[in-house]
Design a protein around this ligand. Sequence first.
Ligand SMILES: Nc1ncnc2c1ncn2[C@@H]1O[C@H](COP(=O)(O)OP(=O)(O)OP(=O)(O)O)[C@@H](O)[C@H]1O
Ligand SMILES: [Mn+2]
Length: 271
Amino acid sequence: MDTVSELLSDIVENADAVALFSPTGSLYERFVEADLDVDVIVVGTENAVGADAFVDIPLDFTDIDDLVEFGVGAAVGDGYIEEGDVVVCAMGVFGEEIDTVSRVRAEESVHSDLYDLFVNSRAEPTVIRSVLEVAIDLGKKGQKGKPVGALFVVGDAGNVMNKSRPLSYNPFEKSHVHVGDPIVNVMLKEFSRLDGAFVISDSGKIVSAYRYLEPDAKGIDIPKGLGARHMAGGAITRDTNATSIVLSESDGLVRAFKGGKLVLEIDPEEY
Ligand SMILES: Nc1ncnc2c1ncn2[C@@H]1O[C@H](COP(=O)(O)OP(=O)(O)OP(=O)(O)O)[C@@H](O)[C@H]1O
Ligand SMILES: [Mn+2]
């Protein structure tokens, strides 16, 4: 059997594009050589196969829904496909060979929120990515073996400062340090044991620690069982153009809020 073309011809029929998620070189070659009647887009954290059409994902999403949602959103955003196009997403979840295929239509409802979080936040995408990494790392290890919670409010710092007040003296008052610097990651983890939120600027400068947020939380929905940290973290993203990244001390998950909505939920143990 002519593997790729026959196996996938039914699924690929009338599709506008095939998105290969982190394919091996030989798999990608087979797709190109199969000469299917559709565009082949590679989606991954790096373009290891040197594909012409490549979509960069900011995080190794372990959840397939998230992966597909982000991949399709980014393919639209990067101009490889258009709204309404049908994309066949193919990946090897359990190994290098394709074992999972989904056929989705690129629609606002499928792809907008997660892509938007990384690409259309006020803060630079690398800043969002770095803060997520700190939160995931902190969630994995905790502080001295104990679970910790933390709240990072990223972007639109001036407005966030206006909607909050200090709980204690600000250790970052006179410093010019940025997320992503290794020393800063250590500091963020150290200070996360204490109360309140970190405020981070669009460019990643740590503006303040220990901020008590006072947004209008009316009508904000957060998952059941969570309390004031998540309520404040969600609500501040509706009152301002900030994005919040919250690590829960109680359930250990990292969540991201934008525009008052929960847009991403990650279990650090899976990273
Ligand atoms: N408005 C706020 N601004 C900044 N930090 C807050 C705010 N409200 C609560 N916090 C911080 O969150 C911590 C935990 O509060 P709470 O248990 O109510 O939140 P939670 O949403 O249940 O989060 P967790 O899952 O981590 O327990 C508080 O000790 C405080 O440090
Ligand atoms: Mn709690």
